[in-house]
Design a binder for this molecule. Structure first.
Ligand SMILES: Cc1ncc(COP(=O)(O)O)c(C=O)c1O
Length: 429
């Protein structure tokens, strides 16, 4: 080999395993830096969270916030849960990434758990909710294409739905504010009003031979915390079965225990053909999954779909630990108990001063629709909550959304509700 001394020395030097000094973790940063270095598609709060423990979060100045938001329904076990830390640390010493040219143990273990606990027989891992939905919609089209021909490509979705931000999923979403300006968008979507059985029946009556799938959230989360009526979800199931279309349930927000069942469909008297999961699945580590039957999965033969990171060992190890904690009767019943506590507390707030026209939801996933007098003020409440030391979400302009950890403590619930009342009093004047 005619390698120069210099090259040899460089190779030796850069293959050493000691940490190199980057200094990145100690670089002082402020919220102002966001506006000068980040793409402006987000408008984050003025404080920067730096540490979390359970349902408490601290900012750069040591101020504590009660977390009723969970990073948008993600940190299902709160922050820094010991079982997740253990799984991550153990896996960090094993192997981080191998790609799908190889399989890996944490991915297989997680897939087996999901298959054993649900209707599904096959799992595809992705990195986010949007990617899980992208896979689901591609699979539905491919399955129909292979079975019935190219004409069967129409996807029926609902107005006000949210399925992610890729071009395909944002088009499925049916909210113009997210989907416009990126055209041409993918064709072949019909958006119907949510919870409207007659509209769904009429669509199938007119176009059954074109429809490959219906995609629904069991409860519309981002779109306003609107629960799917059982009769509507069951009608969707019946129509899909009758006409050979696939029912895709987007359980990205509703799944992994958030409603008090492992997946929401388990309480609705329906079984989907394809289910998507993300958010709580990794409890804070990015991962998505698409679950389906063996027969439908066969339309994704080798090479038809793929991802570099999907099924990453670190993500799957953490998700496995999250799954083991959540999928117990104790934790799932605990979610229902917490629901009652939240509803009682929110009704008490409303009794002292009428601020909500409706409080709805399931498990630890609750929408508080503001009273007529305060329409459009959900963002103001969210900001005031931040000032009062509480993290909450909104679901459209009129709904304050709460999605705390599934294992939030009683003290944290009571402290958070007190802070919410302060925020409501400050914002709604
Ligand atoms: C129901 C639903 N589907 C899909 C998504 C997209 O997930 P992600 O942001 O991980 O791509 C979300 C995110 O809020 C969601 O709530």
């Amino acid at each position: 080999m005619s390698v120069s001394r210099r090259d040899e020395a460089l190779v030796a030097q850069t293959s050493r395993r000691e940490a190199t000094k980057s200094g990145a973790s100690t670089m002082p940063v402020t919220r102002e830096l966001f506006d000068s270095v980040m793409v402006p598609c987000f408008a984050p709060a003025q404080f920067i969270p730096v540490r979390g423990e359970g349902s408490r979060v601290w900012d750069q100045h040591g101020r504590m916030y009660i977390d009723f938001a969970s990073g948008v329904a993600v940190t299902a076990l709160g922050h820094c849960h010991p079982a997740m830390i253990r799984a991550l640390e153990e896996q960090a010493h094993q192997i981080w990434h191998v790609s799908n040219w190889f399989t890996n143990e944490p991915a297989l273990r997680l897939a087996k758990r999901l298959v054993d606990a649900t209707f599904a027989e096959r799992v595809f891992f992705a990195n986010s909710g949007a990617e899980a939905n992208e896979a689901a919609l591609k699979l539905a089209r491919r399955y129909a294409h292979d079975r019935y021909g190219a004409r069967r490509s129409r996807i029926v979705s609902t107005l006000n739905a949210f399925h992610g931000r890729t071009l395909f999923t944002v088009t499925a979403g049916g909210q113009a504010k997210y989907a416009s300006g990126f055209g041409p968008n993918p064709a072949g979507f019909t958006h119907l009003p949510y919870n409207d059985v007659a509209a769904l029946e009429a669509e199938f009556a007119a176009h059954a031979d074109e429809i490959c799938a219906v995609i629904l959230e069991p409860m519309q989360g981002e779109g306003g915390m609107t629960p799917g009526k059982p009769e509507y979800l069951q009608a969707a199931r019946r129509l899909c079965t009758e006409h050979g279309a696939l029912l895709v349930l987007d359980e990205i927000q509703s799944g992994m225990g958030r409603t008090g069942a492992l997946f929401s469909y388990m309480q609705k008297g329906i079984v989907p053909d394809i289910l998507t999961s993300a958010k709580g699945l990794g409890g804070g580590f990015p991962i998505g999954a698409m679950l389906t039957t063996a027969e439908i999965a066969s339309a994704f033969s080798v090479g038809v779909h793929g991802t570099t990171y999907g099924g990453n060992p670190l993500a799957c190890a953490v998700a496995g630990a999250v799954f083991d904690v959540i999928n117990t009767t104790e934790v799932l019943d605990g979610v229902k108990a917490r629901h009652s506590l939240f509803i009682e507390g929110l009704r008490a707030i409303n009794g002292r001063r009428r601020v909500f026209r409706d409080v709805r939801g399931e498990g630890v996933w609750i929408g508080c629709e503001l009273d007529e007098a305060w329409r459009g003020k959900a963002a103001a409440v969210m900001n005031a909550a931040g000032e009062a030391g509480l993290l909450v979400l909104m679901a459209g302009a009129d709904v304050v959304r709460l999605a705390p950890s599934l294992v939030i403590s009683l003290d944290e619930i009571l402290e958070g509700l007190a802070r919410l009342e302060t925020a409501l009093n400050r914002a709604l004047t």
